[in-house]
Design a protein around this ligand. Structure first.
Ligand SMILES: *Cc1c(COP(=O)(O)O)cnc(C)c1O
Length: 388
C-alpha cells in the first residue's frame, strides 16, 4: 500500500496552517532556551516553578541513578515497584490529605486508567467540553455513556444530571485549571452538584498543582475540598514539579481498585525509581518555596495589566497560562514567528487542540522569569501589532 493518501492529508494540513513542526531544543529547559542557534526567552513551557533544572532535583536524580539504576525493571505489580515509588505515594497522600495515592507513568495513562478502572457500559460520564484530550479519550474508551457539557457551565451540567438515567454510577470529570485557557473549573458548583446527585467527581489539576493554593496543593486545596468532596484527584509531575509522571489520590478503595483494574497501570513499566526520587525533592521545594508562587503571581499580574493597556484579548485567567486570543490559524502562526524574530518563544495553539476559529498565542509564565522580560514581551507584542 502506498502512502499517497497520507501525503495528501499532510499537504492539506499545510494549506490550512495546521501543520505542526517540532523545534529542536539545544539547552536545558528553562526561561532561556537555545533553538536553531539562537537564545530565546521562553514563554511556552509548563515548568511554572522553574524546578525542571533545579540543582537539588538534579542531584536527587543522579544520586538515585547511582543507587537504583536507570530503568525500574518491570511493571509495578511484577517487580518494578521500588521503595522510593512507595515513599512518593505516601508523600502525595499526606500532602493532599487523601488516604492513599498511586503513581502512573504519565498523566495521559493515568486518565485512561482511572476511567478504565471505574466505569463500565452501565455507567455514565459527564465531561467539560474543553477537558484535556486524555480525559476525553479516557471517557470515550471506558465504554460508559459519554456526554459533554458546555465549558465551565454548571447549569448545563445540572441539566444533564437531571435527565433520568439508568446509569449505575455517574462520574463528572473536569480539568482544574484548563490547559489551553488557563481558567478554573467552577469547583464549588461541581462539588455541590455531584454531592447532591451522589455522583463521583474527578479533577485533573495538572496545571493547578504547584501553582494554586498556599502550598501549591492546586485548585482543590485552594478551595479546601476534602476527599469526600473531590474523591478522585489527579495531577501530573511534568508541569510545575518539573519532572515526569503522574498520580491519583483518594480513598483506599479507589486506589486499590485502580491498582487491580487499570490496564494502563498494570501493563506498563513502572517509572524509573530515580524519577520518583527527584519528584520527592521537587515536591518539597514546591511546598516550601512559596516565593516561587508569589513571584509567579506578580509576573502574571504585571502581564495582565500591561496586556490590558495594549488592548490585547487576554482570557480571564489567574493561572500561569495567559492565552491571547487570535482567531485565525494563519495569523496565530505569523504572530508566533514574528515574536520569535524578536527573541521570544510563544507557541501558537491551533485546532484540534482548541476549537475552530479560536487559535491563540499561549503565553505561560515561570517563577524564573524577570519582570524586565515580561516588559520586553509586552513591547514585542505591541511591536507585532497583536491587537490589530
Ligand atoms: C499535560 C496534561 C496531561 C497529561 O500528562 P502527561 O504526564 O504529560 O501525560 C493530562 N491532563 C492535563 C490537564 C494536562 O495538562
Amino acid at each position: 500500500m502506498a502512502f499517497t493518501q497520507l501525503s495528501a492529508h499532510l499537504v492539506e494540513l499545510v494549506a490550512q496552517d495546521l501543520y505542526r513542526t517540532r523545534q529542536i531544543i539545544d539547552s536545558a529547559p528553562g526561561v532561556h532556551v537555545q533553538i536553531a542557534g539562537r537564545q530565546l526567552i521562553n514563554f511556552s513551557s509548563n515548568d511554572y516553578l522553574g524546578l525542571a533544572n533545579h540543582p537539588q532535583v538534579k542531584h536527587a536524580f543522579k544520586a538515585a541513578v547511582d543507587d537504583f539504576g536507570v530503568g525500574s525493571g518491570a511493571a509495578h505489580l511484577v517487580c518494578g515497584h521500588h521503595r522510593v515509588h512507595h515513599e512518593l505515594e505516601n508523600d502525595l497522600a499526606e500532602f493532599t490529605g487523601r488516604e492513599r495515592a498511586v503513581l502512573f507513568s504519565t498523566g495521559f495513562m493515568a486518565n485512561l486508567g482511572i476511567m478504565n478502572a471505574l466505569l463500565t457500559r452501565k455507567d455514565c460520564v459527564f465531561e467539560d467540553r474543553l477537558n484535556h484530550a486524555s480525559l476525553l479519550d479516557g471517557g470515550l474508551a471506558s465504554g460508559a455513556r459519554f456526554k459533554r457539557y458546555r465549558h465551565a457551565d454548571s447549569h448545563d451540567l445540572k441539566r444533564l444530571m437531571l435527565t433520568p438515567s439508568t446509569a449505575n454510577t455517574t462520574l463528572v470529570v473536569s480539568d482544574g485549571v484548563f490547559s489551553m485557557d488557563g481558567d478554573c473549573a467552577p469547583l464549588p458548583q461541581l462539588v455541590a452538584l455531584t454531592t447532591h446527585h451522589q455522583a463521583w467527581l474527578m479533577i485533573d489539576d495538572a496545571h493547578g498543582f504547584g501553582v494554586l493554593g498556599e502550598q501549591g496543593g492546586g485548585l482543590v486545596a485552594q478551595h479546601g475540598f476534602s476527599q469526600q468532596e473531590v474523591p478522585i484527584l489527579m495531577a501530573t509531575f511534568g508541569k510545575a514539579l518539573g519532572t515526569f509522571g503522574a498520580f491519583v489520590a483518594g480513598s483506599d478503595a479507589l486506589i486499590e481498585t485502580i491498582i487491580q483494574r487499570a490496564r494502563s497501570y498494570i501493563y506498563t513499566t513502572a517509572l524509573p525509581p530515580a524519577l520518583a526520587a527527584a519528584t520527592r525533592v521537587s515536591l518539597q521545594l514546591m511546598i516550601n518555596d512559596s516565593w516561587r508562587r508569589q513571584k509567579l503571581q506578580a509576573l502574571i499580574a504585571h502581564f495582565r495589566q500591561g496586556a490590558e493597556q495594549l488592548g490585547l484579548s487576554v482570557a480571564p485567567s489567574q493561572s500561569a497560562i495567559q492565552p491571547i486570543m487570535i482567531g485565525s490559524n494563519q495569523r496565530a502562526v505569523e504572530l508566533s514567528a514574528a515574536l520569535r524574530e524578536q527573541g521570544f518563544w510563544v507557541s501558537a495553539i491551533r485546532p484540534p487542540t482548541v476549537p475552530t476559529n479560536t487559535a491563540r498565542l499561549r503565553v505561560t509564565f515561570s517563577a524564573l522569569h524577570e519582570l524586565a522580560e515580561v516588559e520586553a514581551l509586552l513591547a514585542a507584542l505591541d511591536n507585532c501589532r497583536v491587537n490589530a
